[in-house]
Design a protein around this ligand. Structure first.
Ligand code: SAH
Length: 359
């Protein structure tokens, strides 16, 4: 194992472009094509040690090991739940010669529960884009202590590589810690590699955002290689300002219009996420007003029963209440699904492993 302190100065593998890596490998005595061999082993197979790349000479492997760390982060905790969900707590070192903060984030690997023969084998990986979050939704553990810093593209990509090392991936959701649209260049750069070199198609990658309309309008025109989920949580402007404070001043209609534009530009339907908070946004009136807003739009509402978090004053509605909310939405003509949580026993809800460790 490489000493974490030494990692701080060395540029990690995933921060190299292919061309840069080829040049460096040649400097280290290898041939240019060895760079592709290394990249392929890491990205396609999740190989995390040069020692396992046996098609390279022992000399080259030793030099690579000394000069180009494959990973940049330290794994500071790991939990494995009964359903096989693995959550890793990763700490990336400060950048800029140590002048900024380390970045502690979570990545979650969720193997399929009941793989059938038609099912592609593999797991869903949930990745983070920022250490902390500046949006500060009051029910979400990720933003409780604000933003430490954005992740670099290679730090986002490293989560995929570590996830791949736990088992094949068939799908990814960018729904971990952070707001992806506040770090979009790094997110896009990482997802391009995931798409091109790790083989996850555009429809297998979903990016979730609080939905800044101007950013959505712009991104829809850049030929995005991912599906979009927008965290709506309520049909009411006033309540949304409370639930997503960083977006006070933006109306629900403006967000839905941006979603419509996304669908028109990309041909891909938007999913609206709705974290269901008992006694807050789960009334019959909420269903009716939400259905009025969404009727006639090609979209899906994904209801997420609240994952309780210590220290937060919200509670999870009963399963019957969640099902009633879904049924009423469907009866009102809206396509609605429920996302039941995974890995609650060992891994806990989004951002909680991190906030516990930061305490
Ligand atoms: N910043 C992005 C990604 C966040 S996580 C976004 O807001 O979309 C993905 C979803 O989980 C978001 O809809 C978020 O609001 C929701 N979420 C966060 N904490 C939750 C909790 N404790 N229970 C249920 N949903 C939660």
């Amino acid at each position: 194992m490489t000493d974490p302190a030494a990692l701080r100065s060395a540029r990690p593998l995933l921060a190299y472009s292919l061309a840069d890596l080829e040049a460096r490998v040649v400097e280290l005595g290898g041939r240019a094509f060895h760079a592709r061999v290394v990249r392929k082993a890491v990205l396609e197979q999740g190989v995390l040690e040069y020692a396992d790349m046996t098609s390279l000479s022992a000399d080259l492997r030793a030099r690579l090991d000394a000069e180009i760390p494959i990973l940049a982060a330290v794994e500071s905790a790991r939990t494995v739940a009964n359903d096989g969900t693995t959550k890793l707590l990763l700490s990336f070192p400060p950048r800029e010669g140590g002048r900024d903060k380390p970045a502690t984030i979570e990545v979650v690997h969720m193997p399929s529960l009941k793989p059938t023969e038609e099912d592609e084998v593999g797991a869903t990986l949930c990745v983070s884009t920022q250490a902390g979050c500046p949006v500060a939704c009051p029910f979400c553990a990720s933003g409780l202590a604000g933003l430490d810093r954005n992740l670099d593209a290679h730090e986002i990509l490293e989560q995929y590589v570590r996830g791949r090392a736990l088992g094949p991936l068939k799908r990814s959701v960018v729904m971990g810690i952070g707001e992806p649209f506040l770090n979009l260049p790094a997110v896009t750069a990482a997802l391009d590699v995931v798409h091109d070199e790790m083989g996850l198609g555009s429809r297998k990658i979903t990016v979730s955002t609080v939905g800044f309309p101007d950013r959505l309008h712009r991104a829809a025109r850049d030929n995005p290689r991912y599906q979009l989920a927008i965290s709506l949580h309520t049909p009411d402007d006033e309540q949304r300002a409370e639930l997503v404070p960083a977006m006070a001043g933006t109306t629900v209609d403006e967000i839905l219009e941006a979603g419509d534009d996304w669908f028109q530009q990309t041909g891909r339907e938007v999913t609206y996420e709705y974290a269901l908070l008992g006694g807050v946004n789960d009334s019959v009136g909420h269903v009716q007003r939400l259905a009025e807003k969404l009727r006639g739009r090609r979209c899906t509402v994904n209801v997420i029963p609240y994952n309780p978090s210590e220290s937060l004053p919200f509670h999870r509605p009963s399963s019957a209440a969640v099902e009633a909310f879904q049924t009423r939405l469907q009866e009102a003509g809206v396509v609605a699904t429920v996302r039941w949580s995974r890995g609650l026993d060992g891994a806990a809800a989004c951002g909680q492993l991190r906030s516990r460790n930061l305490d």
